[in-house]
Structure formats: C-alpha cells, structure tokens
Design a protein around this ligand. Sequence first.
Ligand SMILES: Cc1ncc(C[n+]2csc(CCOP(=O)(O)OP(=O)(O)O)c2C)c(N)n1
Length: 330
Amino acid sequence: MAALKKETLLEWYRQMVLIRQFEDRCADLYFNSKKITGVYMHLYSGHEAVGVGALGALKETDHVITAYRDHGLALIRGVSADAIMAEMMGKRTGTSGGKGGSMHIASRQHNFWGGYAIVGGHLPLATGLALGARYNNTDEVVVSMIGDGATNNGYFHEALNMSQLWDLPNVWIIENNLVGMGTRIEDSSGQTELHKRAIAFGMKDLGRVDGQDVFKMYEAASEAVEYARKSGPVLIEALTYRYEGHGVSDKTFDKRFGDELKAWEARDPINILAHHITTKYKNMDAELEAIKAETLKVVDASVEFASNSPDPDLNDLVANVYVGRDYDVI
Ligand SMILES: Cc1ncc(C[n+]2csc(CCOP(=O)(O)OP(=O)(O)O)c2C)c(N)n1
C-alpha cells in the first residue's frame, strides 16, 4: 500500500469520531429528550472503520448504497450533519424532506443512494446502478454494504449473480457483525465464512478483512475498487461488531451479548487508529482532542439546525409521489 499522508489519517480520524458522536447524540435525542421518535433507528457505532476505510478508496463520482444502518456512511460521503439530523427529526430541511427518517438517508448530489429498510432490497438496485455506470461508458464503481443477515435473502443471490454475469463494476462488502437482529450467524448460515459465497457466483473473492482496522479495510477496498473499475464485481467480508442493540427497540442486546461486546470494544476502531497516529507522529494528543472538539461542534450545530427547522406541511404528504404531478391537500 502506498504511504498514506498524515492528513489522510487525521481525516479518517475526524470522520470516525464524528460518526461516533453523531450516533451517541441520536441515542440521547431518542431515549432522553425524545426529539427523535418512531420505532426504528439503527446506529453505526463500532462499524466506523469499515465505512471509512471502504469509502476512502472511492472517487466522488463513484456510488454508495446501503441498508438502514446508514447515518455514518452518509456522513463519510459528505452529506451534511445538519440535513441528516433534520431527517432524523422528521423536518422539512432533512435529506428526504423529513419523510424518510433514519432508515432512508439519501443524497443524489453525493451519489449516496440510501438507506433501505427491506433487508437485501437495495442489492438489485446496486446491480442496476452498476449496469447504468457501464451502459453510460463511465469508470464509476458501486459500493454496496450488505448485512450478514441479508446474505440468506433471495435478493442477495439474484443481485450478485447478475452482477457477475454482466461483469458489472460492483464492490460488494458484507459487514459481518455476527448477529442479524438477535440471531447469530452460526444459527442462520450453513457457511459462516460469508466471503466464500462469491465462489457460487464465479465472483472474485477478496476474503475476510479485519473491519476494526481502517488500514486493512482501506487496503482491501482499494484493491477491490481497482478490480471492479477494470474487470468486474468482487466480494469482501468485513468482520466487525455493533456496539448497540440491533435498533432502538432491541432491549436485550447487552444482556445476551455483553461479554462478547466487551471483547470487541477492547479493539475499538477509533482507538486502533488513534494509537497508530500517536505512535507514528510525535505530540499528537492535543491535535486529536482538537478534532474531537471540532466534530462535537458539528453535532451540536446539527441539533440546533434541526430543532429550529420547520415540520413538513400537509402538502408535503403528496409532493414527489408521482413524477410531474402535484396535488393540493388543502
Ligand atoms: C425482507 C425483510 N425481512 C425481515 C426484515 C426485518 N429485519 C430488519 S433488520 C433484520 C436483520 C438484518 O441483519 P443484518 O443484515 O445482519 O444487518 P445488521 O442489522 O446486522 O446491520 C431483519 C430480519 C426486513 N426489514 N426485511
């Protein structure tokens, strides 16, 4: 791997800390002040190195699509914390005008295509995005995040098979956090080494990667992106762990998986990167603290912005439902 610049490492650190603080604040806004409501909200805490390493290998013109654990990836892609927080609170200034909420963060401008609630439902869309990229003679690639639970869903097989059949520029990344909702991978999958699913499609298998280590993720993703740009699809399995229950309605996670959680927290992805930075460069503690203070201000400002934003009005209910047609409700 080519030597990485200090600025790149600090930017990765900034992104990872921003995600962790943003997610912690979302939890606070949901459980305490109740400014975020509803029954669904899935946090990315613990997965930061997977997203930052993988998306760090992309150009702005490349595409990203994921399932409902989407806030962190949107932040990495450069979608503003203000617009994401406003979407979380159901405000008109949100990424989807407040009508999508936590699971449907998207921004066309950032080639960030969402945010999908149906497990595996975004995977055929990823195949379609890659077909579009190839059809239009671009060099764009499409990175799709896939939960381990989604790999037993029909969409997964259809989408990856077609992607291989047509040699499409898809980078498929399984975020294997070992548990789908509350079901362990070994209770749901005959083959628990999920990267081996590639073999069934005749697809290039880049193996299993340590998803706690942003360097390993970046290295694997760089190889995958280069391959997809030139030759066709590739599959990576990133081993990681989520620090919270499946979503805000999951009250049993700590009780069931507490010991395992502690073991994964001991290899926290932000600490691993911070350790690398402070070992490689001298006197970095103050700089890392300053980054944390700056990202905290971004999170504070997003809450302020979202809190002061207007709610959607009644006409927004039917706006953008049918192309080219607007209805007045009142
Ligand atoms: C087609 C479909 N079936 C079931 C559900 C309910 N459901 C939501 S998340 C989930 C588990 C998914 O686990 P995984 O893909 O591993 O993602 P993770 O939450 O670990 O990121 C299930 C079964 C759903 N949303 N869609």
